[in-house]
Design a protein around this ligand. Structure first.
Ligand SMILES: Cc1ncc(COP(=O)(O)O)c(C=O)c1O
Length: 399
């Protein structure tokens, strides 16, 4: 029997990184030391205090039982306390907080709770793929707003056509932004929340990178614009190097949280209790977060200083573990990524056009490559040496 793919699965594009994987294996087979800035998966060990707590928690939950669908009360309390300390926003763990199995599943599944066929979901371009894919799987339509340097990588809400806004049920924001590294000021969140409230749109704020910032002030949360019509999606993955633990939480509007909880009881059976206990320990400690932030800052500066020395624009990100580097004038994103992958440089980066939805003249991913600052600081030093040796000349592409 031939197993037939559903239309939903068939409609998905092919894996854009397959070609890079092939090039990288060829280079490695030739003995070239490739440094991989491709995928944003931090390779630093999860801090010891979190791992130690997990070990004890496994015994504490010796008789396992299914975890709570919405997160254990102690986990929701810890998340609420952290939101209070970090953003000064009071939330009730009983009403405004619910756990997720990492932020990705929450981002992907959320449209199933809020979107019907024909409804629109508005999301950034370039943006995290589950915004658009989750919408498609829920039967909704996508509308993308471009992220451009001239707007500080913020959406121009006034440019969203009225008929699109009238059909929209969700609007995704992602600040600190992947991949551009931009931060949104509170005034922008207030503007976006007002825009959404006036039109009955749920403002969905992906704050997976909220703790990786380099400015003197921590970036604000959309929750600071009020809980009404707002859901913020948090992740333990980047803040505490816990990508493999699959733990996140959603905070905001009580009605939206209730609908999302109802959806989730039909999808999975909650985040494992020992993972929640470890996450509570992680949320109670800021030392490891400060250390991690400084590590990313050092890597960012090594790479950005090297690109400047090679004659390119200074694209130092304000936050996140990404650098959104502009290509040399006249060079496409893909050609720049290929240039960086030549054996004498051997750096894997992602061309912006591979992670954008629009294709053609106005593609906001054109003229950029993304570097995920996940190689060790030592490898970043080596990468910086190789970048400095490049003669890229002239100013970077104006976009
Ligand atoms: C922008 C953005 N949001 C959300 C996530 C999801 O993180 P996780 O599922 O590990 O919590 C990621 C992961 O890379 C991301 O880049």
């Amino acid at each position: 029997m031939t197993v037939r793919a559903s239309q939903r699965i068939s409609a998905l594009g092919t894996y854009a990184f397959a070609e890079v994987d092939r090039l990288v294996s060829d280079l490695r087979a030739q003995g070239v030391a490739v440094i991989d800035f491709g995928v944003g998966d931090p390779r630093a060990p999860t801090p010891r205090l979190i791992r130690e707590e997990a070990k004890v928690a496994v015994d504490r939950h010796a008789s396992s039982g299914y975890p709570s669908y919405v997160g254990a009360p102690r986990f929701r309390r810890a998340a609420a306390d952290w939101v209070q300390r970090r953003f000064g926003v009071e939330v009730d763990p009983a009403l405004h907080v619910t756990s997720s199995v990492g932020s990705k599943e929450a981002v992907f599944h959320a449209p199933l709770a809020f979107v019907d066929a024909g409804d629109v979901v508005i999301s950034p371009d370039p943006g995290y793929p589950p915004y658009a894919r989750g919408t498609r799987f829920a039967g909704g339509e996508n509308f993308h707003y471009p992220l451009r340097p001239q707007n500080g990588y913020l959406p121009d809400l006034g440019a969203i056509p009225d008929d699109v806004a009238a059909r929209a049920k969700m609007l995704w924001l992602c600040y600190p932004n992947s991949p551009t590294g931009a931060v949104a000021p509170l005034s922008f969140y207030e503007e976006a929340a007002a825009f959404c409230r006036e039109r009955g749109i749920l403002l969905c704020s992906d704050e997976a990178y909220s703790e990786i910032y380099f400015g003197p002030e921590p970036p604000p949360s959309a929750l600071e614009a009020g809980l009404d019509n707002v859901l913020a999606f948090f992740s333990m993955s980047k803040r505490s190097a816990m990508t493999g633990w699959r733990c996140g939480y959603v905070v905001g509007d009580a009605d939206a949280v209730a609908l999302y909880r109802k959806l989730k009881t039909n999808i999975d059976s909650g985040t494992p209790d020992f993972v929640q206990d470890a996450a509570i320990a992680a949320l109670g400690d800021e030392h490891h977060v400060v250390a991690m932030r400084e590590e990313y800052r050092a890597r960012r500066d090594l790479i950005c200083d090297a690109f400047v020395a090679a004659g390119l624009a200074d694209c130092r990100s304000a936050a996140t573990l990404y650098v959104w580097q502009r290509a040399p004038q006249g060079m496409s994103a893909e050609d720049f990524a290929k240039r960086l992958l030549e054996p004498s440089v051997a750096l894997v980066t992602t061309p912006g056009t591979w992670i954008s939805a629009a294709h053609g003249v106005d593609d906001p991913g054109e003229g950029h490559v993304r570097l995920a600052l996940v190689p060790t600081t030592e490898d970043c030093e080596e990468a910086a040496r190789r970048i400095r040796a490049l003669r890229l000349g002239g100013p970077s592409a104006s976009v």
